[in-house]
Design a protein around this ligand. Structure first.
Ligand SMILES: [Zn+2]
Length: 105
């Protein structure tokens, strides 16, 4: 069972439930009609309410652990199992990929 690829429409939330939006430069490869995300695509977090005395709001999630065998334009594809760390706190993002149509390992 291959791991689903992350696409621009994948649901990414910071640990405080603010929505994130993956921004990719990949325009060549899509899955289910949405561009597949690759390293080092950032995921912009909007509206995080984490208070300043707890470290402040999340601004962006940066991914680690991409695919080891799926490359797009020379960059490793991101997977549903890739770890997104919300900066500046380095807290893990919550990634949900619905209805996978393509996968890789
Ligand atoms: Zn947050």
């Amino acid at each position: 069972m291959p791991t689903p690829l992350l696409v621009v429409g994948s649901s990414v939330k910071c640990p405080h439930s603010a929505d994130g939006a993956i921004v990719t430069k990949n325009i060549r490869v899509s899955s289910g009609g949405q561009a597949v995300a690759t390293l080092p695509d950032p995921c912009a977090i909007a509206g995080c309410k984490n208070p300043a005395n707890a470290g402040g709001p999340c601004v962006v999630a940066l991914f680690q652990m991409p695919a080891t065998r799926v490359f797009i334009g020379g960059l490793p594809a991101l997977l549903a199992t890739s770890i997104g760390l919300c900066q500046p706190l380095s807290l893990p993002a919550v990634v949900q990929v619905a209805m996978p149509r393509a996968g890789g390992t």
